[in-house]
Design a protein. Structure first.
Length: 338
């Protein structure tokens, strides 16, 4: 479905010299006509996160859309949000949810900085009570705008076995989440530390997006105790990927090639991919869509059970929130109940 959308910023007295629409794949200059700045575009995705950037002389001012009541929080500040007529938010956002509690922990680290981590558990689940574990990279982002804790509480309320979440963040995200050998060893330490603190039952689950999605898949390729991984918009860069002079690009390309070939990742390789369930999501309009589709094919050749779910959104937290439903719950339930 394609929607023709006009984004409009009123400016009756033409106070601004120019106005630009700031939005991935849709941005560009607006035209002033009849007292307003306008940009008309063809929109194929479910949602558009955007702002106007107005200029007067050397002054540059970001502005939300005064006619739009919906906003979303992003890593670059608040944005207005347009929704397609057929867009429906996940039902679990407003569903009854089991309450839980977050505990900050310190884990052993092979890094120069401590690893920021928190453990979430539903109320009533004690440390000695056996429960499965889901490790989440960029945990604060998933728990914040992604509302992962609401999802977990609602899933448990509706019948999923009680689970714990290990929320992992990065002090130096680009360096750590680009396949750092020290960071991957630290993840091993973190999982082992959680196993000492809590009664962990069943295979471990992993969740991550973008570079976090790459990290999740790298961890799954190194550990036999990982049963399911959901990687969203994974940064599976190849020799054809144009990422400028990003300093970690060559390392990512090398590790992506190792994942596709089933080779060891920094000296470790799981014994078999046959018992690994993988969920990959990516918006059709994302630059890295083809690489995610190719990774799904390569993992199937390794023997993994792969679900590839294209989406109608771009590279953002709300897209990942929408795209993990119902894939994440389905895969976790299959593994943990099996």
């Amino acid at each position: 479905m394609v929607s023709r959308v006009s984004f409009v910023l009123p400016d009756a007295e033409k106070h601004w010299d120019s106005v630009t629409l700031d939005s991935p794949h849709l941005g560009g200059p607006c035209v002033w006509r009849a007292g307003s700045w306008r940009r008309q575009v063809a929109v194929r995705q479910w949602r558009v996160e955007y702002q106007f950037v107005a200029r007067r002389g050397r002054r540059r001012v970001p502005l939300l859309d005064p006619a739009c009541s919906r906003t979303v929080s992003t890593d670059f500040g608040d944005r207005s949000e347009w929704r397609a007529p057929d867009y429906t938010p996940p039902r679990w956002l407003d569903a009854p949810a089991v309450p839980g509690r977050l505990n900050r922990i310190e884990v052993p680290s092979a890094l120069t900085h401590p690893l920021p981590a928190q453990v979430w558990a539903p109320r009533g689940l004690r440390a000695r009570d056996a429960a499965p574990l889901l490790v989440v990279f960029d945990g604060s982002s998933y728990a914040g705008p992604g509302q992962l804790l609401q999802w977990a509480g609602a899933a448990i309320e509706s019948g999923m076995p009680p689970l714990r979440l290990l929320l992992v963040d990065a002090v130096q995200r680009m360096q750590w989440f680009s396949g750092s050998e020290r960071f991957l060893r630290t993840v091993d330490f973190a999982i082992e530390d959680v196993n000492r603190r809590y009664a962990v039952r069943g295979p471990v689950g992993l969740l991550g997006a973008s570079l976090g999605g790459l990290t999740a898949l790298l961890v799954s390729a190194r550990r036999d105790d990982v049963g399911v991984v959901v990687s969203q918009s994974g940064s599976f860069f190849t020799e054809l990927s144009d990422e400028g002079d990003w300093p970690w690009l060559s390392r990512v390309r090398r590790l992506v090639a190792s994942l596709r070939a089933g080779e060891p990742v920094w000296g470790r390789r799981r014994a078999s991919f046959d018992d690994l369930r993988v969920g990959l999501t990516c918006g059709r309009g994302e630059d890295n869509f083809g690489n995610n589709r190719d990774m799904a094919t390569a993992l199937r050749r390794r023997g993994a059970q792969v679900t590839f779910a294209p989406g109608r959104d771009l590279h953002n937290v709300i897209a990942w929130r929408d795209q993990w439903d119902p894939l994440l719950a389905d895969l976790l339930t299959q593994v943990w109940r099996g």
